[in-house]
Write a protein of this length. Structure first.
Length: 231
């Protein structure tokens, strides 16, 4: 990303979030970020995702639905969350105004955007999906998370510097039946989440709702597809 692009991003952050200041001390730097799923929070160390630290969640088993719920819980609690969609898989038409959705043009843009948002101090939770940092990139992001006080979650498998490692898998679906008794649409899915940290290991099973996309998305060319991309 060119220096002018970074400067433009900083100016945009200041414009959109003029009261964004780094979280330096106080309870906000020590409290965890609740996911909004009580069963999950009960098995996470100290009841949530750690602020100022890196958590890594393997990309499978309903991770998008769980982390999106966490982002919305942060907003409902009066704080800010951001989702960096590195591979353009989030359906923007269904996202709404919050959490803050970032759609970078390249892998480098995604990493730079994550670093700037973390350093701004204006976010309690930042999700980096579709772009997995490596080596010194991870060092920069963990340092930025510590300085800004945000809980950083990357969706990936590179967990060398992670304070918390998570993995989820789908166990089974609960189906809504037709008047004739045949399965029609899944209503929710039961997932198992395993969490590991230093001296900590736990898992929990809980249901998450299944979001259905309207048929017209596949019929009307002017609407975005399921990845949120124009056709």
């Amino acid at each position: 990303m060119a220096a002018t692009s970074v400067a433009a991003l900083r100016a945009l952050i200041q414009q959109r979030f003029p009261d964004a200041t780094p979280l330096t001390g106080g309870s906000q730097t020590t409290e965890q970020v609740a996911t909004g799923i009580s069963a999950l929070d009960q098995v996470l160390p100290n009841g949530g995702l750690p602020r100022g630290r890196l958590s890594v969640w393997a990309p499978q088993g309903g991770v998008t639905a769980i982390l999106r719920a966490a982002c919305h819980m942060v907003v409902a609690n009066g704080e800010r969350s951001a989702w960096i969609d590195g591979d353009n898989t989030v359906a923007g038409a269904f996202w709404g105004e919050s959490p803050y959705l970032v759609r970078p043009k390249s892998r480098l843009h995604a990493l730079r955007a994550a670093e700037e948002l973390l350093r701004s101090g204006g976010f309690s939770l930042l999700i980096l999906a579709g772009t997995e940092p490596q080596g010194t990139e991870t060092v920069r992001l963990t340092r930025a998370a510590r300085e800004g006080g945000a809980a950083l979650v990357t969706v990936g498998t590179a967990a060398a510097m992670a304070s918390l490692r998570l993995r989820s898998r789908l166990l089974h679906y609960r189906w809504r039946r037709t008047p004739f008794g045949d399965p029609a649409l899944p209503e929710d899915a039961t997932v198992r989440v395993s969490a590991r940290a230093v001296g900590w290991s736990a898992h929990i099973d809980f249901p998450i709702p299944v979001t259905h996309h309207e048929l017209r998305l596949s019929l009307e060319s002017e609407l975005a597809d399921r990845r949120g991309l124009p056709r």
